[in-house]
Design a binder for this molecule. Structure first.
Ligand SMILES: Nc1ccn([C@@H]2O[C@H](COP(=O)(O)OP(=O)(O)OP(=O)(O)O)[C@@H](O)[C@H]2O)c(=O)n1
Ligand SMILES: C[C@](O)(CO)[C@H](O)COP(=O)(O)O
Length: 379
């Protein structure tokens, strides 16, 4: 299902003070909003909602890599503006996130997305663990039962059509999109939140966020690489499918699926990085349902597995080994197709080709080989 991400950042950050609205201030040298957007790269189209006064700043920070929409006077008005801007775009699921939550862990996002596979709506939260008091005039005037109480976080995830209809029907004044959804009768699953996913609200929250970043740096970045290799023999035909692109040729490639050797190598590279075996384990060749299947299914599965496990795909590199057909004229289309399936920017995808100098089976034009590398990054 097509996923869109809405990041609301049109507030003025009055409680944080400091002159410049909090989303534009630096957190360990990087603007808060840039960090928030980075956390969602690769998941789908990103819409960032800005105050009308901040549009020039938004273009300078993001260029054309996100869609910018002018927000409203309240958070829910800002969300509504983004939802309306996405009508007719074919988006099926939407994640709505505060621009002021820059350190959202990938696992929190993955939890919401996984819950959306079966639930109409889902959002992360943390159970309240402290005792709850009422206070009057600086004195405790009562206690509240904390049983079943949660601290709500974002991203909050919905079916696009349902949350759009819910916002259109809502009178306004909701604290979050879960409140809007529930007012429309939707049930909302609670998924695991994280203490790292703090909302920068007050000035001291910058120091808390800085400490979380420093702790992450101490732990070291979780970077994983994987490689993949695949071979398919030529058979009679009039073209081959390489990295999702039909390339005219005097032969075809033989295989149980569409025999897209490049996409298979790349899929195995992602499974390899995740230590999740290979295509054969997830899509056994003995299973007739994969006969003639488009290899996009395999690659999309590997990419979703990466997201579900809390990783984003940083970059991929595919090398195709053959004398013919010539890959160069089709490489740009192949990179665009892989980028689309993986949900990452085309400048993070490389497809290149080499001959084997007429040596070996590729040199004798008996088949095509492909190698791939994938780099995955966790929090
Ligand atoms: N009219 C508004 C108000 C809020 N937000 C966004 O909603 C998120 C959560 O709101 P909050 O933390 O309350 O931000 P501010 O409204 O900016 O803060 P304050 O209330 O302190 O002014 C923020 O990312 C904020 O930019 C928005 O897009 N449009
Ligand atoms: C949506 C939200 O982040 C959920 O915790 C929160 O309600 C928005 O921030 P605000 O401080 O309530 O405006």
């Amino acid at each position: 299902m097509t996923v869109a991400v809405i990041i609301v950042a049109a507030g003025r950050g009055s409680r944080a003070g400091g002159g410049t609205p909090k989303q534009w201030r630096d957190l360990a040298g990087v603007p808060v909003l840039a960090r928030t957007v980075s956390a969602f790269r690769g998941l789908g189209r990103i819409t960032v909602v800005l105050h009308p006064d901040d549009m020039v700043r938004g273009v300078a920070l993001f260029g054309g890599t996100v869609t910018l929409v002018a927000g409203g006077a309240t958070r829910d008005a800002s969300v509504r503006a983004a939802l309306e801007s996405l009508t007719g775009s074919g988006v099926e699921k939407v994640l709505i996130h505060d621009g002021a939550r820059p350190l959202v862990p990938r696992a929190v996002i993955a939890g919401v997305l996984a819950a959306l596979d079966t639930a109409p709506a889902a959002a992360p939260a943390l159970a309240v663990t402290d005792a709850l008091w009422r206070g009057t005039g600086g004195r405790v005037s009562g206690t509240e039962n904390r049983e079943g109480l949660y601290r709500a976080q974002t991203p909050q995830g919905f079916r696009f059509a349902q949350i759009l209809a819910a916002h259109r029907a809502h009178p306004g004044g909701a604290a979050d999109d879960v409140e809007v959804a529930r007012a429309a009768g939707l049930t909302v699953d609670i998924t695991p939140g994280s203490e790292d996913n703090l909302k920068i609200t007050f000035a001291e929250d910058f120091a808390r966020a800085g400490a979380i970043l420093a702790a992450r740096k101490d732990r070291g970045m979780d970077v994983r690489t994987g490689n993949g290799y695949d071979v398919h023999a030529f058979c009679e035909g009039d073209g081959v499918i390489l990295c999702g692109v039909k390339v005219p040729h005097t032969k075809a490639l033989l295989g149980h699926s569409d025999a897209d050797v490049g996409m298979h190598a790349l899929t195995d590279a992602i499974y390899g990085a995740l230590a999740e075996g290979d295509i054969g384990r997830h899509f056994p060749p003995s299973d007739p349902q994969w006969k003639g299947a488009a290899s996009e299914i395999f690659l999309a599965h590997a990419a979703k597995l990466a997201t579900d496990k809390g990783y984003r795909i940083s970059n991929v590199d595919v090398t195709i080994v053959c004398e013919r057909p010539k890959v160069g004229p089709h490489a740009a289309a192949m990179m665009a197709e892989l980028a689309r399936i993986l949900g990452i920017s085309p400048n993070r995808v490389s497809v290149k080709a080499t001959t084997s100098e007429r040596l070996g089976f590729t040199g004798r034009e008996e088949g095509i080989a492909a190698l791939a590398t994938a780099t995955l990054i966790g929090d």
